[in-house]
Write a protein of this length. Structure first.
Length: 302
């Protein structure tokens, strides 16, 4: 089954000590690894070329500018599909996989039966910035609320999953469409999952496979909720894209879109109050809100 699956890593000025571990952890589990680099840095490019030379099944795509995670993922998956891959594994640059990750995920994939209606499967993950050490679990959309799936079964149908570690059925990808490049970064994986479900496909979470993953640059707990902290620029995209999805993605129900809108407002408050750069975060969040309302998407212009 290895011959049917390719991996796509999107990199942006990676920590090479970590990225090399990530690459080595997956290189023998997939046919080809596509590294799509958004760094636009000669130094990073040289280091990536050295890695490519040492890992025979890697293919490096060096981009002249940062085109965003959505377009970079699309470029990698398009290459994989053109070379006949049936499945694409998406990965962040800092995700390190167990030696049997792909084998376990593909066993889950096969066990689900009607693969034709399966858009993607994904592992549970432990958030490095949280102290619990437990898997984050999976969520379902119920009106304005995002509710943790209560089922204790190993495989559960879910609303959305994060991109890193997600394995996509390329036939479903061709039908649903590629990642939304206008979003640039943030909400890209969730939006694709919701769109796939709107087309009648399933997204399945695998409780029996857990990987470690880092979201953001830290975390803060506010009451019962924990918020990942990011740079002001990332906060802009998180707020903007949430608002844009809530107002513009009509395939989602009105209750779901209202829930996303309210969550984006909560992000604005949390990022502005609890981030290191309060005023700058507030300015970027407000800018993101306005741009989300008017539909100004794509990369943030300085």
């Amino acid at each position: 089954m290895v011959c049917d699956i390719d991996a796509v890593f999107v990199t942006y000025r990676p920590d090479f000590s970590v990225f090399e571990q990530a690459l080595n952890s997956i290189k023998n589990q997939v046919r080809t690894i596509y590294i799509v680099d958004n760094s636009a840095s000669a130094d990073v490019a040289n280091k990536l070329r050295a890695l490519e030379a040492n890992v025979p099944n890697t293919r490096l795509l060096l981009l002249e500018s940062n085109v965003g995670i959505a377009k970079a993922q699309n470029m990698g998956m398009a290459k994989a599909m053109a070379q006949g891959a049936h499945l694409s594994l998406l990965s962040d640059q800092d995700t390190i996989y167990p030696h049997d990750y792909v084998a376990n995920m593909l066993e889950n994939y096969r066990s689900l039966g009607d693969a034709g209606r399966l858009a993607a499967i994904a592992p549970d993950f432990q958030e490095e910035n949280k102290a619990s050490g437990e898997g984050e679990g999976f969520f379902e959309l119920q009106g304005v609320n995002s509710v943790k799936v209560a089922s204790t079964q190993s495989l559960v149908e879910v609303a959305q999953v994060i991109a890193s570690g997600m394995i996509i059925n390329n036939a479903a990808l061709a039908h649903v469409g590629m990642m939304d490049e206008a979003l640039f970064i943030d909400w890209v994986d969730f939006e694709w999952c919701w769109r796939a479900r709107a087309h009648g496909y399933r997204i399945v979470g695998c409780r029996n496979v857990v990987i470690r993953h880092t979201l953001g640059d830290g975390a803060v707990k506010v009451g019962a909720k924990t918020y990942s902290l990011h740079t002001p620029q990332r906060n802009y995209y998180i707020v903007r894209n949430g608002i844009a999805i809530a107002l513009g993605k009509k395939y989602l129900g009105a209750g779901v879109r209202l829930g996303i809108f309210l969550k984006s407002l909560r992000y604005m408050v949390a990022f502005s109050l609890f981030g290191d750069q309060h005023l700058k975060n507030l300015v970027y969040c407000c800018r993101g809100f306005v741009h989300g309302v008017i539909g100004r998407l794509g990369p943030l212009e300085n």
